[in-house]
Design a protein around this ligand. Structure first.
Ligand SMILES: *Cc1c(COP(=O)(O)O)cnc(C)c1O
Length: 495
């Protein structure tokens, strides 16, 4: 298939995959989408015998059509190596009748590593292919996990700089320590006085500022994104759903061709959109269960057809899902209009002007594969405790939301389809909340004392990513107000 990339808002088309990755976000504020969704050209039978890396090649080559076989295989081999603490890269754990797909075995112990360990290789390969001479500045808004995973990937990569904005007070202690201790001369971390939506909107605004882009270009810089708005994030995330399905077949848990459901703890809608892509390229998936925490804007959307961000932003124990403007939903909206960029653009304009939009009945019908659910803080904590008490398996607060939503879904529908639950972070990353859920109030106990307790309770070794920050030096202390984000970028780059 002759695939190219176009903006969901119609302003740009005909880009190669490498050009779309380099740009990150389209000039009209839209997201890049392939002109069609390709199909796997290997069978499940063949896939079931493949390693993670081999599976990655079969999936990525479908979307990244201007990368040569040699380039893709190089990127894959550099990304999925001993940075992961298991050769399987994304192991499946069966607990309590569901399959937890552990996506947290990379260097920063959250699922963002699955894509961000390869994005820097895509980016540098793409820069070479397109004869880019500028230094690429990666601007990233993070709800806690993307920032660290992106910096781990881009630290000291020649020809790149990375600047991360996170909401001060809106991330876990471990997440914050991981970021502010980041090494690498090309990294910068800024705590903003606002929430994640402020950070993401601020970054998108900088991307849209043409004058600023010219100032940057004059100094030899150009911007790109490591957020899941970059198609180079989405494609690697399709891989593990394909891999999980093939492994379930190989292990005799399901028959080849049998449908599965997938439950994903959702924030920016990137991970679940990747699961939808896996279905579209040929994996038998029935229902995609979109799990939210108390910021249940997506649950309300799937229930009513109205997306309404005008509500209180709630800080929860699953901070990586504390999001009210779910960027990647735009890609689903676009598809649901039959790729009508004008219709999508009108809805996005309504979102930015009025804070809400409503889709048509036809669009809702088109989205029938998705169901929304949400778990309250109490339901999440109870689920983490229940799974631990019943099985000894410790899940993190994001996976807890997904697990709780899945159990509610089964109770309500009676749907017994085998289900994969995306397990998006190590419990160590949210040790305080996890230990509180299982053992009650932790008072003012030191974070690392709690981590040692978690180790004893779970029997899972403390990951390197946590040991690393125990005594690490704080290197980043910058803070700024939301309106000063652009000037902070200028200051960091010495413009
Ligand atoms: C980012 C993140 C999510 C949300 O994923 P999206 O792709 O933004 O929907 C869920 N859990 C964890 C631990 C995350 O880091």
């Amino acid at each position: 298939m002759n695939l190219s990339y176009q903006s969901t808002r119609g302003g740009e088309s005909g880009l190669t995959a490498s050009q779309a990755i380099l740009k990150g976000l389209a000039d009209d504020g839209g997201l890049f989408m392939p002109t069609g969704i390709p199909k796997l050209d290997v069978s499940i039978e063949q896939l079931s015998k493949m390693t993670y890396q081999e599976t990655a090649y079969e999936v990525m080559k479908l979307f990244l059509t201007d990368f040569t076989e040699e380039e893709l295989k190089y990127c894959i081999s550099q990304a999925y190596d001993s940075k992961f603490d298991t050769e399987e890269i994304a192991p499946l754990v069966k607990a309590d009748g569901a399959y937890y797909l552990e996506l947290f075995h990379g260097s920063t112990i959250a699922f963002k590593d699955m894509a961000l360990s390869i994005l820097p290789y895509f980016m540098t390969t793409a820069a070479k292919k397109n004869h880019v001479e500028n230094e690429i500045v990666i601007l990233t808004a993070t709800s806690g996990d993307t920032g660290k995973a992106a910096m781990a990937g881009f630290a000291d990569v020649p020809g790149t700089r990375i600047i991360v904005f996170y909401p001060k007070g809106g991330v876990s202690k471990v997440q914050e320590l991981q970021m502010v201790t980041q090494k690498g001369d090309n990294t910068a971390v800024v705590a903003i006085h606002g929430n994640f939506d402020d950070a993401q909107t601020g970054v998108k605004k900088i991307f849209g500022d043409r004058d600023f882009a010219e100032k940057l270009a004059a100094k030899g810089f150009q911007l790109s994104s490591a957020n899941s708005i970059n198609i180079g994030r989405l494609v690697p995330q399709v891989v593990y759903y394909v891999y999980a399905y093939a492994k379930l077949v190989q292990n005799g848990e399901i028959q080849n061709g049998e449908e599965i459901n997938i439950t994903v703890p959702t924030g920016n809608f990137g991970n679940i959109l990747a699961a939808y892509f896996a279905k579209q390229i040929g994996i038998p998936v029935k229902t995609l269960i979109c799990a939210s925490n108390d910021n249940k804007v997506l649950y309300d959307f799937f229930r009513t057809g109205t997306y309404d961000k005008k509500r209180e932003f709630i800080l929860t124990t699953s901070p990586s899902m504390d999001i009210l403007i779910s960027s990647n939903l735009e890609r689903l909206i676009y598809l649901s209009t039959g790729c009508d960029a004008e219709a999508n653009k009108a809805l996005m304009a309504a979102l930015s002007a009025d804070g809400a939009y409503t889709v048509t009945d036809a669009m809702r019908a088109w989205m029938k594969d998705f169901v929304g659910g949400y778990a309250t803080e109490a339901e999440n904590a109870a689920e983490i405790k229940r799974v631990y008490d019943d099985t000894g398996y410790m899940i993190d607060t994001h996976t807890g939301v997904a697990s709780a939503v899945y159990r509610k879904y089964v109770t309500e529908t009676g749907d017994q389809t085998p289900t994969v639950i995306a397990s998006t972070a190590s419990p160590y990353k949210f040790s305080h909340s996890v230990m509180e859920a299982v053992f009650g109030d932790q008072g003012n106990k030191d974070e690392f004392a709690i981590i040692d307790d978690l180790c004893r309770a779970s029997g899972v070794a403390i990951p390197n990513a946590v040991e690393e920050i125990r005594n690490a030096q704080i290197r980043h202390k910058r803070e700024c107000d939301v309106p000063a984000m652009e000037s902070t970028v200028a200051e960091i780059l010495g413009l």
